[in-house]
Ligand binder design. Structure first.
Ligand SMILES: Nc1ncnc2c1ncn2[C@@H]1O[C@H](COP(=O)(O)OP(=O)(O)OP(=O)(O)O)[C@@H](O)[C@H]1O
Length: 216
């Protein structure tokens, strides 16, 4: 599995400054942490790889079965956990997680495995609003992984979580993500460094908001 980004330029609609300009990036199998100050472009990169937004210039290619930006690519290949978790509020935890497997034509047993691995068995019948922040985060990760994605994109999966929740999530990612999958984690959380195969510093790509320095 490989993701290859070449000469990419991306600017949000209405914005003067590009987040990326002539940007090259490659990802290989394993867990890679994307680190760097707030606003340097980590979430934007994940959205681009997921094909939720499209670059104005340059190419993104993947060696997945389905072509980058096809609807099958997003449905079958990409497991994405956003900062806003987007769990379906009216569906139970179990339904949220099983539905993703079903939509990707994957066996329900994968969903049930992730429910178990992430310690969600006692919470299967609860609604997302009845869960704590850490429990919701674990449910969102289980949901993303239940389609057995070849590309896993996690945006701040452990921010604000206590050590116990963080350890359960890190252990699950380390032990259960297939070795040929690519897992990119945008994070400020140094606790995740123990499970990373690679740590990329994004500070070099975009200038820091200088005015913030004057405010501290
Ligand atoms: N929807 C949007 N519209 C316009 N500009 C945006 C949008 N989302 C992000 N940006 C801008 O793009 C730049 C990169 O933002 P991004 O969210 O990718 O950073 P980040 O490194 O993930 O930050 P954080 O660590 O705070 O999550 C920032 O300058 C931000 O203000």
């Amino acid at each position: 599995m490989e993701i290859s980004i070449n000469n990419l330029t991306y600017r949000y609609p209405g914005s003067q400054t590009p987040v990326f300009e002539n940007f090259d990036f490659e990802a290989k199998p394993g867990i890679t942490l994307l680190c760097g100050f707030s606003g340097c472009g980590k979430s934007t990169l994940l959205r681009l790889i997921a094909s939720l937004i499209k670059p104005q210039k340059g190419t993104i290619s993947t060696t997945t079965q389905h072509r980058w930006s096809s609807s099958a690519y997003l449905r079958n290949e990409v497991g994405f956990v956003f900062q806003q978790l987007n769990l379906l509020p009216l569906a139970s935890v179990e339904r949220n997680i099983r539905l993703t497997a079903q939509l990707a034509s994957k066996p329900q047993s994968i969903a049930d495995d992730w429910i178990h691995i992430l310690g969600l068995d006692p919470l299967r019948k609860k609604k997302p609003t009845q869960l704590s922040g850490g429990q919701q985060q674990r449910a969102a990760i289980a949901r993303a992984l239940s389609k057995a994605p070849s590309i896993i994109l996690l945006d701040e999966p452990t921010s604000g979580l206590d050590d116990l929740n963080t350890t359960v999530i890190s252990n699950a990612l380390k032990a259960k993500i297939p070795s040929d999958a690519i897992c990119l984690i945008a994070t400020h959380d140094h606790r995740l460094e123990t499970i990373a195969h690679e740590i990329l510093d994004f500070n070099t790509f975009l200038p820091m908001e200088e005015h913030l320095k004057e405010m501290v």
